[in-house]
Ligand binder design. Structure first.
Ligand code: NAD
Length: 272
């Protein structure tokens, strides 16, 4: 159970929800987890917890929408651990906004974190991963194993447009095309880039959506979440541990030949 032993993994938004579960799972597999998280207190608490499991973890309070802070993150991680092996671009924001109520401010806020943040974290970390590859391997133009794993959290909302979250859908479909483009750009370096599309998982993000939507539709708290789950073919919500397990698989040697792919983790909600 030490498939990620001594690997250095940055997980953005690892202070809670899916990111926390990924960090915890990676720590159990032996990785040094860097918690790149906008909520400073949660970054500290999560890193302390991950360090107590196995390898030393590192909190890094930051905003993924700020490119100067992204550069600072890469510098700090390399100075502490000497390298970066894994990036999980998990940090994200969400809200409902009907077609006619959408504002430019809401649009820009969401793209800044979910789209711009994902691309520029990926670019900065990939530069470092490429710099870690021995020159002889670059000259040969191919390698027999991966030199870095990058996973981006998209959503089934990125698979097709939805009336009440157009800005979120746009940001998450961008994550899929960013994944494909980056996978092709980084294939010559044997760096793998893939994406995961969850559907509904109980996390603080979904708690908040359930609160606002239950209020808006005059439902009991939890009712909106329940109705959403009824539409899933497997008739249950996913779990954060299931996302973490998929990330671990993609980051293990078993995932070395997989790149540019987007996996639905959605109980059969989408079939593409
Ligand atoms: N929960 C779901 O059902 C679901 C479904 C599909 C996709 N997703 C995606 O999975 C990812 C994680 O979702 P979650 O449900 O755990 O959300 P969450 O809100 O519970 O956690 C997100 C984390 O990201 C952090 N964060 C937000 N903005 C940030 C920023 N600018 N810089 C750094 N950190 C920032 C938050 O502080 C928080 O700790 C998101 O990208 C989300 O869109 C979630």
């Amino acid at each position: 159970m030490d498939t990620l032993k001594d690997q250095v993994a940055i997980v953005t938004g690892a202070g809670q929800g899916i990111g926390f579960a990924i960090g915890e799972h990676f720590a159990r597999l032996g990785a040094h987890v860097v918690v790149a998280e906008i909520q400073a207190d949660k970054a500290q608490t999560a890193a302390k917890h991950f360090s107590s499991i196995a390898a030393e973890a590192m909190p890094y309070p930051m905003d993924v929408g700020d490119t100067a802070q992204i550069d600072g993150l890469v510098e700090a991680v390399v100075s502490r651990f000497g390298r970066i092996d894994i990036l999980v671009n998990n940090a994200g924001v969400s809200e409902k906004a009907s077609f006619f109520d959408m504002t430019p401010e809401s649009w820009d806020w969401l793209q800044r974190v979910n789209q711009r943040g994902v691309f520029f974290c990926l670019q900065a970390v990939a530069r470092q991963m490429v710099a870690q590859i021995p020159q002889a391997v670059i000259d040969a133009g191919q390698a027999d194993h991966s030199y870095g794993k990058i996973i981006n959290l998209s959503s089934i909302a990125g698979r097709r447009g939805r009336a009440d979250v157009i800005h979120y859908s746009v940001s998450k479909s961008s994550v899929i095309t960013i994944t494909q483009g980056a996978a092709m750009a980084l294939a010559p370096y044997n760096i793998n880039v893939n994406a995961i599309c969850p559907s509904v998982l109980p996390t603080p993000m979904w708690d908040e959506l359930d609160r606002t939507q239950s209020e808006a539709h005059r439902m009991e708290r939890g009712e909106w979440f329940k109705k959403r789950i009824e539409r899933i073919p497997l008739k249950r919500a996913g779990t954060v541990q299931e996302v973490a397990a998929m990330c671990a698989f993609l980051c293990s040697p078993a995932g070395d030949y997989i790149t540019g792919q987007t996996y639905n983790l959605d109980g059969g909600s989408e079939l593409n």
